[in-house]
Design a binder for this molecule. Structure first.
Ligand code: ADP
Ligand code: MG
Length: 256
């Protein structure tokens, strides 16, 4: 082929926020990611779906180097984070992470859960960190829980605190790994609502989820993974209603 298609990371091309190229990941002899190409544009919301064990979490964890890629390139806002000289702390500060388990500090109240990383990683003073924390608690509708401890909150409230904590670091993008999977069904909606609000504010988001309603309503693009590869990706309408691959059809028939 004469001309390669322009990479989304080329200057002037509306640089991608996340640009994963030919990512391979092994755990020992097990090849878990088999040459993944994946990107998220600035302000885009991409949902990643697929069966358990297909490599979704590993992909997401490679994006901020919680997992070490075996081969391939990961470019975040134009910076190749697989470069050995990259400042990983700076990279990670720019990427907010929300997990299935909320990982709040049980011995700290909500306010201090939100200020501790700001003070340590961003060197903010307590007063400034508290102001930012309170602003973000308001965003997730938990202004009245500033002094509560995690154990006094419902799962949905704890996950909203975890989101507010991530937002307090002023991330350029947010990664969510099945953020509602550990919640009782009646608490899922309040967390999805906070995520919807974030999306409508223009946050760049990568969301691993089994919530097909959320994907349909909020995602700009849905990526279906199986067996360590991206099987297909498309707009939510197309992917969910008109899947092209047998594996996608099978998966959707089980979850929809
Ligand atoms: P998903 O999130 O889609 O369920 P994962 O990325 O968690 O999939 O896992 C993909 C595969 O990698 C699975 O076979 C899992 O057992 C394996 N795996 C994940 N993490 C590790 C690890 N730290 N060590 C060894 N194998 C792992
Ligand atoms: Mg997972």
């Amino acid at each position: 082929m004469m001309s390669a298609s322009p990479s989304p990371t080329q200057p002037g091309r509306g640089a991608a926020a996340i640009d994963v190229q030919q990512l391979h990941k092994y755990f020992g002899d097990l090849e878990v990611l088999k040459g993944i190409d994946f990107h998220v544009g600035r302000g885009e919301v991409v949902c990643v779906i697929g069966p358990s064990g297909s490599g979704k979490s590993t992909l997401l964890r490679c994006v901020n180097r919680l997992e070490e890629p075996t081969d391939g390139r990961i470019v975040i806002n134009g910076t190749d984070i697989t470069d050995e000289h990259v400042d990983l702390n700076r990279v990670r500060t720019a990427i907010g992470m929300v997990f299935q388990q909320f990982n709040l500090f049980p011995h700290l109240d909500v306010l201090n859960n939100l200020t501790i990383a700001q003070r340590r990683a961003l060197k903010r003073k307590q007063g400034e960190a508290e102001e930012i924390a309170k602003r973000n608690l308001e965003r997730v509708g938990l202004s009245d829980k500033v002094h509560a401890y995690p154990g006094q909150l419902s799962g949905g409230q704890q996950q909203r605190v975890a989101i507010a904590r991530a937002l307090s670091m002023d991330p350029e993008m947010m990664l969510f790994d099945e953020p509602t999977s550990a919640l009782d069904p009646e608490l899922v909606g309040e967390v999805l609502q906070v995520m919807k609000d974030l999306a409508s504010e223009g946050m760049t988001m990568m969301v691993v989820t089994h919530e097909m309603g959320f994907a349909r309503e909020v995602a700009d693009r849905v990526v279906f993974m199986d067996g360590g590869v991206v099987v297909e990706e498309n707009s939510p309408e197309e992917l969910l209603e008109n899947p092209q691959h047998e594996r996608t059809k099978q998966f959707l028939s089980m979850v929809l």
